[in-house]
Write a protein that binds this ligand. Structure first.
Ligand code: 5GP
Ligand code: MG
Ligand code: MG
Length: 190
């Protein structure tokens, strides 16, 4: 586990996506998006806090090398659910700072699990008269998708297991790990 920094060595069972693979894939996704939007005068990237923050920063930076110019927006939502399952009922904690009417919006997501939050968000963005709305997600768990959400750009399809790192947390920890990995079972017993 050369990729695992010393601090987390004891907690991580397995690296699922390495920092190197994230870098390579992010660059590929940015090239794809740049090609698809080559006729647009700009795009508006919408990051849903906090999980997507690392991917947003790296994806925006990669897109900046290939164009078109991107504006960055952040939203925070809380999804009402029972325990760990999200219900699809969403409350906005932080809304967009500006009007998105007529803009090409790209939602930047960390992971699509049930797809419930994303499905709500896409309807919301469309209701605000975006010119187009697409999604780029670093990770997707295909088994868990209850709602069919059109995710045009996907980094990695992963197994249906709980992952942390690269923005994703367990109890607000591990967001700063540079890779995506699975925790050892004993971490949950602490
Ligand atoms: P969904 O509405 O698609 O079920 O859930 C979306 C959100 O749940 C993701 O944006 C992410 O914040 C969180 N989530 C889903 N799967 C995982 C996971 O394996 N690990 C972590 N840390 N968060 C997850
Ligand atoms: Mg998210
Ligand atoms: Mg979380």
């Amino acid at each position: 586990m050369a990729d695992v920094p010393g601090w987390y060595d004891n907690d991580i069972e397995r690296v699922v996506v390495s920092a190197e693979d994230i870098r390579t894939k992010t660059d590929e996704l940015a090239k794809q998006v740049a090609a698809d939007y080559s006729d647009a005068d700009g795009v508006l990237l919408v990051c849903v806090l906090k999980g997507a923050v690392m991917f947003m920063a790296d994806f925006a930076r990669a897109l900046g090398r290939y164009g078109p110019p991107a504006e960055l927006e952040f939203m925070a939502v809380s999804s009402y659910g029972q325990g760990t399952t999200s219900s699809g009922v969403v409350r906005i904690l932080k809304d967009l700072d500006r009007d998105i009417a007529g803009k090409h919006v790209i939602v930047v997501e960390d992971i699509v699990d049930s797809g419930l939050t994303l499905s709500w968000l896409l309807k919301y963005l469309e209701s605000r008269s975006a010119r187009s709305v697409e999604v780029v997600a670093l990770l997707r768990k295909p088994d868990a998708i209850k709602v069919s959400v059109p995710v045009k750009y996907v980094g990695f399809d992963i197994a249906n297991e709980f992952v942390v790192g690269y923005g994703l947390d367990y109890a607000e920890r591990y967001r700063d790990a540079p890779y995506v990995g699975v925790l050892k079972p004993e971490v949950y017993q602490r």
